[in-house]
Design a binder for this molecule. Sequence first.
Ligand SMILES: Cc1cc2nc3c(=O)[nH]c(=O)nc-3n(C[C@H](O)[C@H](O)[C@H](O)COP(=O)(O)OP(=O)(O)OC[C@H]3O[C@@H](n4cnc5c(N)ncnc54)[C@H](O)[C@@H]3O)c2cc1C
Length: 413
Amino acid sequence: METTYDVIVVGGGPAGTGAALAAAENGARVLLLEGTGRLGGMAVHALVGPFLGGIRSSVVQKVLKAIGGRTVDFAQLDVQLYDLLSSAGVTILLHAPVVDIIKEEQQVKGVVVHAAGRKQTFTAQAVIDATGNGDVAYMAGVPYESGREGDHLLQPMSIMYIINGIDPERRFLCGSEEEARKKTVGGQTWEDIVTEAQHNGELPPTVGVVRLYAGSLPSRAIVNATQINGVDGVEPSDLTHAEIDGRRQAFQIVEFLRRKLPGFENVYAELMPSSIGVRETRRFEGCARLEKEDCIKGSQFPDAVVFDAQFCIDIHNPAGSGQAVGHDTTKQGEAEHCRPYQIPYGCLLPKHVDGLLMAGRCISASHEAHASLRVMCIGMAIGAGAGAAAAWAVSHNCQLRDVDASQLAEYLK
Ligand SMILES: Cc1cc2nc3c(=O)[nH]c(=O)nc-3n(C[C@H](O)[C@H](O)[C@H](O)COP(=O)(O)OP(=O)(O)OC[C@H]3O[C@@H](n4cnc5c(N)ncnc54)[C@H](O)[C@@H]3O)c2cc1C
């Protein structure tokens, strides 16, 4: 196979999908390298869904149309994405983890894939890091920050899983902390029932809310409740502990649901994810940094590549259960709302490294701004911004830092 491309996208999650599609549609020869056997990122590996986040993006619209809307079909998503990207002309390699980079002085020139004991090198004018953890940016020596200001604690990880066996006539769903405060079971709010179980040891202390989302059948639900604090998604020892503890929590929650929820007496864990869900790891230094206030106030930027992004500041408490309210673990809060905001190109562009863009949850942003932009539709739109910019640089034969981002706006909206 060919080893030289215009653009290499590393990572086939939401950001990588947006990046590869936008670059290919803008005329670039694109190679997408995904380390696992499936496209879709957290959605397929960690059973995460639906595709959340308000956005004005032609690329996101195209992807959502191709996959049938915002609900994730966990069985088919990867094939749907493969068909969409390959019909746009993207060359896709699965089982192709990137383990090293080719860098000359400050210019990233390519990447090295390690598959079945063999190393293969691919080169390109632009490399887009859509790995979530920012593996390529890390290897390129781009400085990064981790966690919240002060104590550097990260958002917790969660095992999301599917239960079956619910009596469809008595199905109970709860999508958020807000709903848990309003919905009642046997005269008690769902929040009170969960808190009581947390205090008497029936539930792990970090499980402050048990969210139950609609599954693909009335007898199914997706459970988003487990929470593992104090772990870092780039440390295998932390990940090992988190995977095992998270799965133990998942089974404890199934027992609790059987006992406490009418209609759930016969539920069982039907499907566990192949990987724990990781919300936050490295955030790399860029030429600009998105701040919490930008999201709250709805900031606009002359070099915007993401338009009308909207999602709350969703910080799963890094130090306890529920939503974080600042650093105070004693208060149970609600996520702060945002106005539609833009993300500038500078957040995707590393300060001192050429030939590289970041996309998805690893871009330059504060802990709080990241908590809003990390959802999948916004991540995909960030990817689209990176892909369009990389294709522009290729067609104008210039460095990524010389891209005129204002030229990309019409296509991206
Ligand atoms: C528990 C949980 C619940 C969530 N709930 C929702 C929700 O309901 N809705 C929503 O919209 N968002 C949700 N999110 C957030 C969202 O899933 C992620 O923030 C989003 O998937 C990040 O997208 P990404 O493309 O940046 O990274 P990812 O989705 O992580 O994709 C990165 C891809 O890169 C690949 N990769 C990594 N390293 C390499 C390498 N070295 N070489 C090659 N490939 C590599 C990975 O295998 C993966 O496929 C949730 C997250 C978690 C953890």
